[in-house]
Design a protein around this ligand. Structure first.
Ligand SMILES: Nc1ncnc2c1ncn2[C@@H]1O[C@H](COP(=O)(O)OP(=O)(O)OP(=O)(O)O)[C@@H](O)[C@H]1O
Length: 292
């Protein structure tokens, strides 16, 4: 559905993305992860044609998106930093969106306004940070765009509103499948939404894999150092904490049933590693890419 080839982006002398290539499939939910300043918003803004690229291709359904109205009516990007037009009433923003997005659903927008108990007569720039975010969420959901991008959709939202959004999104994509990209730092909250994860690092795509595949390879082992050490020899350790004679080891390696049994026989506890922790350790350790 979306094909990015050899994408480069610099701001002046600062290189942000280098020869980035990426393909996204239709009707999947992708999580875009990366440390602060790695280039997530830059990449998403290029996909949505909100900023220009330095070089490379970005094609949606085979058509270059750059200044292409036909491609753009299928892309909705909800940004973390405002929506571009600030000094107008929220209901006007929704009226503009109705014209802009090909698959906009007015009834669904009205339903969402009620769900969030929202007053659309207020001016956008007079709203609290959390309520500005909610305007973006309603835009993104009601656009029903073939490619919908949420860049930090949880900014300023309380937990109740965040979970309301996740549930609404899950329910809506069941009935109206579409491709969603969510960039977030609250990874564990949205792990069950993601089908695939894309991790940006060092100006490019560092990992792109199914969530289940990643999680199946990530474990914490807890036990006596002398019992763990011989079993993990040669395997990829991405984290280690010592507590007296015990250790907790973060392992990035698909364990066989036999290996798991051997660990248990040696009184070593095995527990799954949450995606957020895996992300932190992987983006701290540059040597593990080869492990994938
Ligand atoms: N308009 C701009 N002019 C100059 N540099 C910029 C501009 N926008 C972004 N940058 C720089 O590009 C790099 C990537 O920024 P970007 O906002 O894409 O990162 P990010 O991964 O979204 O970060 P975060 O997780 O903190 O939101 C940063 O070093 C940032 O300072």
């Amino acid at each position: 559905m979306l094909e990015i080839k050899y994408l480069n982006k610099s701001y002046g002398d600062t290189k942000v993305l280098t020869d980035l290539s990426l393909e996204l499939e239709e009707n999947k939910v992708y999580g875009l992860l990366g440390r602060n300043g790695v280039g997530k918003t830059t990449l998403l803004s290029i996909i949505a044609n909100q900023i220009s690229k330095s070089s490379g291709e970005v094609k949606l359904y085979g058509e270059e998106v750059f200044e292409n109205p036909k491609a753009l009516e299928n892309i909705c990007m909800v940004r973390e930093k405002g929506i571009g037009v600030e000094d107008i009433k929220v209901k006007k923003i929704f009226n503009m969106a109705k014209i802009l997005y090909k698959d906009w659903d007015e009834d669904y927008k009205n339903f969402l306004i009620k769900e969030f108990n929202f007053n659309t007569n207020k001016k956008y720039n007079k709203l609290s940070r959390g309520n500005q975010t909610i305007v973006g969420l309603i835009l993104g959901l009601a656009s029903r765009s073939k490619l919908t991008i949420f860049d930090e959709p949880s900014l300023g939202l309380d937990a109740a509103h965040r979970y309301k959004f996740y549930n609404l999104l899950l329910k809506d994509i069941e009935n109206y499948p579409r491709t969603i990209i969510i960039s977030t730092h609250l990874i564990d909250e949205v792990t069950n939404l993601f089908e695939e994860v894309i991790i940006l690092k060092d100006e490019s795509v560092y990992i792109k894999d199914e969530v289940n595949n990643l999680i199946e390879k990530a474990y914490f082992l807890n036990g006596k150092e002398e019992n763990i050490a011989p079993i993990i020899e040669g395997k990829r350790v991405i984290h280690k904490e010592e507590f007296g004679t015990s250790v907790i080891v973060g392992l990035f390696h698909r364990l066989t049933g036999e290996e798991k049994q051997r660990l248990k026989d040696n009184n070593i506890d095995i527990s799954p590693m949450p995606l957020q922790k895996l992300f932190v350790y992987l983006t701290e350790n540059s040597h593990v890419k080869e492990a994938l």
